[in-house]
Design a protein. Structure first.
Length: 442
């Protein structure tokens, strides 16, 4: 045994050996290190409120007055959290910070002269940074041993908002009520602000959602009408250690079988976002009919036909056909030569030439045809060509062949003759041929 001083730093190896007359020889070795390097870590404060700065100071000390400590290396994985991004308060030789949140590392690598090397790391915090930030720094060295030091800093004053959604039952028989329960809880120690809530409710035949006021807190309502209903929460904040909840219900019918998936979501200005989902299946509906009926009507003063694919419809004024349940049927309109298509109405809409229907129910459709306007040939002789063309098209006629003919300088570019003559009534789009002056012959 020996005492040590601050000049005794280093590794001491020791070997003992023996010999004997009749027992052979042997040896044993071990070593011990007298470390002259120590490490400490100190938090800036035991706790701070959200939006305050947090930080740690790491101090390396070489207690030897004369001996440098070689190969000293520090590793310090910095604690992570929402809104936390570490930096060096000031640059210090040998120390560096690497990585990006949430994986940042403080390191040191150098020969440590007698004395201390100290670094301060800091980070801002935000509304979602609450929690305990535990930090441990450890070092190794070539001949001065190793060690570690820890401390922690707690951030308080944040909201902690959570949302839950649960179906009353995950399976109900058609005709029974179904429902969902939604709850939002603030487990934090500050109010959640800028609160928003969205929940597009599932739709189905006969499904109509309503709030159960007996089992709901205030602020909840249903907007819209089936099939586009949404659950609405009107308040924009939730106090610390408080919660709100709602129960919504709907009747079901024998035409409402299927799975109803529902997701509720919240947003906020200081508590992040979240969502929760559940579903309910409505079972026990009778099988659908084997066939569905499609009725097609024709409207308007014009004429045309409507056909279907798969075949089954070639319509006069009214026609009816049956198609297998859930069959996709494409209707195609074809106007007569004297008519034009005006559009679909009923279970089809728009003016496209086709309409696609899924025959999961009976459907009724009207195709409207309008008569094309007649071409009443206007008088255009004497007009400039551009004006003549516009007048012809405005009379539902078409511009036919244009022939140029020598003329006086005054009549250059003007219509000299037309065919047919003005006043004749022809089919829409009939052509009017023109002769146009091209000036005198040189």
């Amino acid at each position: 045994m020996s005492d040590t001083t601050d000049e005794s730093c280093g590794t001491y190896a020791n070997t003992a050996s023996f010999t004997s007359t009749n027992g052979g020889t042997g040896s044993a070795t071990d070593s011990t290190t007298v470390g002259c390097v120590t490490i400490t870590k100190t938090a800036d404060a035991s706790s701070v409120s959200a939006f305050s700065q947090i930080g740690f100071t790491v101090t390396l000390t070489n207690v030897s007055p004369t001996v440098d400590a070689a190969g000293v290396a520090v590793t310090d994985p910095l604690p992570s959290g929402t809104g936390v991004d570490w930096s060096l308060a000031a640059p210090v030789s040998g120390w560096s910070l690497s990585g990006t949140p949430p994986n940042e590392m403080l390191t040191y690598s150098a020969t440590l002269a007698p004395g201390t090397s100290q670094v301060h790391v800091v980070s801002n915090t935000g509304s979602q940074s609450c929690g305990d930030y535990l930090n441990t720094a450890s070092f190794t060295s070539t001949d001065e041993g190793s060690g570690e030091a820890s401390d922690d800093e707690f951030v308080f004053g944040c909201p902690a908002l959570f949302i839950y959604k649960a179906a009353d039952a995950n399976s109900v028989v058609a005709g029974a009520s179904m429902g969902f329960y939604v709850e939002m809880d603030n487990f934090g120690d500050a109010a959640a602000t800028g609160l928003t809530f969205t929940d597009a409710l599932p739709s189905g035949s006969g499904v109509y959602w309503a709030v159960d006021p007996v089992n709901s807190t205030g602020g909840w309502s249903i907007s819209g009408a089936p099939p586009n209903q949404s659950l609405v929460y009107s308040l924009t904040s939730l106090n610390a250690d408080d919660y709100v909840y709602v129960h919504i219900v709907s009747v079901t019918s024998t035409a409402a079988c299927g799975t109803y998936n529902n997701t509720a979501q919240f947003g906020s200005s200081n508590a992040g976002t979240g969502s929760a989902s559940d579903s309910v299946s409505v079972v026990g509906c009778p099988p659908p009919p084997a066939f569905r009926t499609l009725n097609v009507f024709k409207g308007g003063a014009g004429a045309g036909t409507v056909t279907s694919s798969p075949s089954g419809l070639t319509c006069g004024p009214v026609c009816t056909a049956q198609f297998g349940n859930a069959t996709s049927v494409t209707l195609t309109e074809t106007p007569s030569s004297s008519s034009k298509f005006g559009g679909w109405s009923g279970d089809c809409s728009g003016t496209a030439s086709t309409c696609v229907l899924s025959m999961t129910a009976d459907h009724s459709v009207t195709a409207t045809f309008a008569k094309k306007p007649k071409c009443k040939v206007p008088k255009v002789v004497g007009l400039k060509l551009a004006k003549a063309k516009a007048k012809i098209r405005g009379a539902h006629c078409g511009v036919g062949k244009i022939k140029k003919k020598f003329s006086s300088r005054k009549k250059k570019g003007r219509v000299l003759a037309q065919k047919p003559k003005p006043g004749k009534t022809l089919t829409s789009g009939s052509k009017v041929n023109l002769t146009v002056g091209k000036g005198p012959k040189h």
